[in-house]
Structure formats: C-alpha cells, structure tokens
Design a protein around this ligand. Structure first.
Ligand code: XMP
Length: 485
C-alpha cells in the first residue's frame, strides 16, 4: 500500500489515473465561506471509492452535499468526543469516550442528507459523521495528531476496514534500491551536499557516500548560531568515524555582522537563509566538476513547500535553501524525498549512524538566532549556548531526551531583578521549551518532573552569567508554535 499527498486542485483525470482505493480530504485554515477557500469537484464524492474528510475537509463535504456549517464557532486543543452511534465504521472496537485534538474555526451544525451523526463533542455537535451507503466519512477533529487517543486506530479502521488496504509497504529494500538509483542518476559526476548534522542531512550524506564513495563532498557551514560544541562534533564524527570529505565554511563572523541590530524574526530568517546560500555557493564553486547538488529533502518538506505556494498560510519561512540548484546550475539529487522522518531514522540505523545522531531532536536552520529574542550578538549566543548545553546534558542524564520530541532554551530580551549572595542582580530571563509530538505540526508541552526543572533552573542561574531567572513554557501548538520566533 502506498499513499501520496496531492494538492486540492488535482484534476479528476489525474486522480482516477492513480486508481486510488480511498481518498482523504485534509484540514486547512480556511472557512467554507471564504471566497478563496479550496474547492474540489463534486465528482470526487461519486467516484465509488471511500472518502474521509478531516476538519475543513469534512466541513467542505457537508457544505457541498447539503449540510450546514456555522462560521465562527471554533474548538481548539484537547476535546472530549463521545461516540453516539451503535454502529460506526470509523469507531469500531474503540472506547465511546475519547480524547481528541481539535483545531477548527467553524463547525458543522447539520449533517448532509444520507449521513448519520456518529460522535459529538462539547464544541462540535457533529464531530463525526458517516454515510455508509456512499462510503463517505467526516471527522471534525484530527485523527492524524498524536494527542488524539485513538487517531491511528480510527485511520486504520478507515484504511483497512473501509478501503480494504493491506499495509504491506516496507523499508527493507530501500537502501539497496536508493543506491542503484543514485548511481544511475549521477554516473561518474561529482556531488556536493550541505551537511548540517541534523538527521536528514546526515542520513543523506551517508547514503550518498555508500553509493558514490569519494565522488561526494559535504559542506558544513558554521553560521555562528549553532549549539555549543556542534561544529567540532559534526566535523569530527563525519570525517573521522564515517570517512566523509567534509569542508568547513567557518562563516560565523559574517552571519553575526549581518544580524547586528536585527530583531524582527522573519528578517533574521531571511538574512541567515540568504547568507547561507551565498556561502554555500562560493564553497561549492571551489569543488571541481561538481554537477549535482544533493538535498536531504524528505516527504513532509515537499508537502510543506508545496502548500507554501498554495493555499495554506505561511506561518514561518522554513525553507532556507530554495532556488539553490537553479542558481548554481546543478542538478538535484534527493534520495530521501519519499520518506517520512521515522523512516529516515530507520535508514540511518541501517547505515550505521550512531544512536545519538539518529535520535537527535530537530534543530532549525536559523539556529539559535530564532531562540535569542531581540538582537543576536556573539555575547548573547554564548550565554544561550551555555544554558542550552547544561539543559540538554541534564535532560539526557535524567533519561528524558528520548521521550521528548524537542527541547531547548530560549533567551528573552527581558531583564529582571534577582539576588545572589547578598548582591542585587539585573539579568536576562531564559525560558525552557520542551514539547512532545510526532509530527511537529501540532505539539503539547512536556509535563516534566518538578525536581528536574528545579535542578536545571538552579544550575543555569548559578552557572551562566547573564541569566538570573528561568521560566517554563506551558503553551501547546496550536496556538503557540514550537520555536518562539
Ligand atoms: P514551529 O516553530 O513552526 O516549528 O512550530 C516546527 C518545527 O520546525 C522547526 N523549524 C525549522 N526547521 N528551518 C528548519 O529547518 C527553519 O527555519 C525552522 N523553523 C522552525 C522547529 O524547530 C520545529 O521542529
């Protein structure tokens, strides 16, 4: 079984040509009443295959097929759903009371003819509907989100029970196939790639190295806003342990001088993205005969960058390297383009990437610059690096690193008064942010033990000059984002 994400305006012919056994209409930020809202053809509901609408997808289905949608009655975050129907394809075998994750601005108030209400929640009377005759299904909440208790089971019920899928796709032969494909594409040419030390680029570099050996050169750019010790660790590991050709572009000063005086988050991201491209380009130009650029693009990146061009809102500018291959006149190699993050990790393990690298939390391209609120200076980078290093090492020694998805310290542009010894202090506040999530599109704040938080706060305030107060961020996503900027 293979699944694919397509834009809403994919033609019916293209959809039919793929012979799908089922369709899912995703959620989205629009209201069905927005003139710009995405619309799919009605024919989609009469293809004779099961269709599941989620959130906006459900509202659209109801609106189009004769139900009623009420604008401006939202429900955000955790919600309780109660299964009402005696028989329901989606809830078969599941508890009648369930915790679900909701994020919608409108709600369905009347099901379209032919549909029965199968579940309700406090904020959405029609939180689930089914028309078993036509195999059409709607969920107001998000089954794809980790915080929906039985989300995966609901999707399984749809895929296996309703669509008749078998779930036989496997990663087993991926590495061999990918190596053959890379060799076929690249031939005798030389390939360059950016290596950031993150999971995706690390796995990509190892895979390319396995396929091409010396015909690969990696470029590691030090942008001056990396974690403490990161440059040495990545360079050492990939040169010494994995024998890759890694060039270090040590450009910290250039990045920091361009960031001087800049406080606006999107501006920081832009400066870092553009400077990265400039440096990478200059470095790559020095590599003789390079004809290919490899990128660690994974499947969710492709969906996200497609949606940036399409209808959904750009929350933050995530993709820093767009346009690079065209400008550099290089062809693109993207060996991980069809994989999800957990699959990339599995490939990494198969290629011998150490557990510490495979299990790394994500780190954003603009690095500590988006975790230093206000101006980014070398001094403030140093302060945050120290605090973050203390925090992460304690998180690891408490065994909490692997059970959380992302954890870091944020340096705030706020000073508070404190007392140390008999001295008055007037220093910055640091915030600790720790989230649990599997998809990073939604996240919850991690309920860490109070004694652990007390210990790290104590160590940070005592050991890091420049921070005299630590606070803990208890905001979920949505409405917050994971990073602060
Ligand atoms: P937000 O803050 O949008 O972050 O909830 C979701 C995930 O994306 C990471 N992130 C980035 N990754 N370049 C990246 O490669 C970026 O510019 C960027 N901004 C955020 C963030 O760390 C989290 O894992």
């Amino acid at each position: 079984m293979f699944s694919e994400v397509l834009p809403f305006d994919t033609s019916m012919d293209r959809i039919r040509a793929r012979k799908p056994i089922g369709l899912i209409l995703s959620g989205g930020p629009e209201s069905v009443y927005d003139p710009q809202a995405p619309v799919v053809e009605d024919a989609l509901f009469s293809l004779g295959i099961p269709v599941l609408g989620i959130c906006y997808g459900m509202q659209f289905m109801m609106h189009r097929l004769g139900g009623g949608v009420e604008a401006g009655h939202g429900e955000y975050g955790r919600a309780k759903a109660r299964v009402l129907a005696e028989r329901s394809d989606l809830f078969t075998g599941l508890d009648r009371d369930q915790q679900v994750w909701a994020s919608h601005g409108d709600r369905v108030l009347r099901a379209a003819p032919g549909f029965v209400q199968t579940a309700e929640s406090d904020g959405a009377p029609f939180t689930a509907v089914e028309d078993r005759e036509r195999n059409l299904y709607g969920l107001q909440f998000h089954p794809e989100v980790h915080h929906t208790d039985h989300g995966t089971a609901i999707l399984r019920n749809f895929l296996y029970g309703v669509c008749g899928a078998v779930g036989d796709w496997s990663l087993a032969s991926f590495v061999e196939q990918a190596i053959q494909e890379i060799r076929g594409q690249v031939g005798d040419a030389h390939v360059v790639c950016g290596l950031s030390g993150g999971v995706d680029s690390s796995v990509m570099a190892l895979l390319l190295h396995r396929a091409l050996g010396d015909a690969l050169t990696c470029i590691f750019v030090n942008n001056g806003v990396l974690r403490k010790g990161e440059v040495d660790e990545v360079i050492h590991r990939f040169r010494e342990d994995y024998h890759l050709d890694v060039r270090l572009a040590d450009s910290a000063d250039m990045f920091l001088s361009r960031l001087a005086g800049v406080t606006e988050p999107e501006r920081k991201r832009k400066i870092i993205g553009e400077t990265f491209i400039e440096i990478f380009e200059a470095e790559a130009a020095r590599i003789k005969d390079a004809r290919f650029l490899a990128q660690g693009t994974i499947y969710p990146d492709r969906i996200e960058s497609a949606s940036v061009k399409g209808p959904s809102a750009t929350i933050k500018t995530h993709h820093n390297v767009g346009g690079l291959p065209d400008r550099m006149n290089l062809s693109l190699v993207e060996p991980l383009r069809d994989l999800f993050k957990d699959e990339v990790r599995e490939v990494g393990r198969e290629l011998g990437l150490s557990a510490a690298f495979v299990g790394r939390h994500p780190f954003p391209g603009p690095g500590l610059a988006v975790r230093i609120l206000g101006e980014v200076t070398a001094e403030r980078v140093g302060v945050l690096q120290q605090a973050d290093a203390i925090f992460i090492s304690e998180l690891r020694s408490y065994g909490l690193y692997d059970s959380t998805a992302q954890a870091f310290v944020v340096l705030l542009p706020v000073k508070t008064v404190g007392v140390m010894g008999d001295q008055r202090t007037y220093e910055s506040v640091a915030a600790i942010r720790v989230v649990t999530t599997t998809d990073f599109m939604t996240a919850d704040w991690a309920r860490l033990p109070a004694e652990f938080l007390a210990l790290v706060a104590n160590r940070i305030v005592n050991e890091v000059r420049g921070i005299n107060r630590v606070v803990y961020d208890i905001t979920s996503k949505p409405p917050g984002t994971i990073e602060w900027e």
